[in-house]
Design a protein around this ligand. Sequence first.
Ligand SMILES: [Zn+2]
Length: 93
Amino acid sequence: MADRKQNNKRNNRNNDEDYNPKFRKVRKKVCPLCANKDLILDYKNGEQIKKYINEKGKILPRRATGACAKHQRDITLAIKRARHIAVLPYSQN
Ligand SMILES: [Zn+2]
């Protein structure tokens, strides 16, 4: 038990007294598309859409993009359209 407490202390990077590894405070990301209303996803704009795929060409999950459900659907659709017109790759290696 004492051992575990020590371990918790060691992982406590910001010296927070009531630090609990089970309930780590996570900064909720703000949806990039909600935050910037002027930003409109364009499937013909590869540079813009590229931010939402990983190096393998896979679509990033919401926890990575930080997008809300509505905009994640828009992102997914834009990526799929971009792939179809060969702006983005379906896969890489
Ligand atoms: Zn959004």
